[in-house]
Design a protein around this ligand. Sequence first.
Ligand code: SF4
Ligand code: SF4
Length: 109
Amino acid sequence: MEDAQSKDEEIVNEKIKVVLDDALSCAFCGNCEWVCPTLKIKKNRIYGPRGRITAILNFVRENVLTDGAVDAIFTCLQCGACVTQCPANIRIDEDVRTVKSYLINKNML
Ligand code: SF4
Ligand code: SF4
């Protein structure tokens, strides 16, 4: 039982490492923003891909998680539109999914 639990922890940690690598690869060029449906509606960059990457970076690297960051992460539709525009092939949709499940599983909401 304990072994299964530590295996799960290991998988989660590996996934979070991928998220951090992705977020650190972002050049913040903004190429991805124009296709993001939530940014179009909310008209605030926190609700676009760059805003979400910033929120993810602050959480994974600095352990900082504001209510606004949680809202930005959980309003992502994981539609993948931003991914099609990214020259660095950053999987924001997958990264958001990983962070959402991490926060839920760790009861951090
Ligand atoms: S297009 Fe890619 S590298 Fe540029 S801001 Fe968006 S996620 Fe970052
Ligand atoms: S996956 Fe999220 S950040 Fe990317 S375009 Fe869709 S709603 Fe926007």
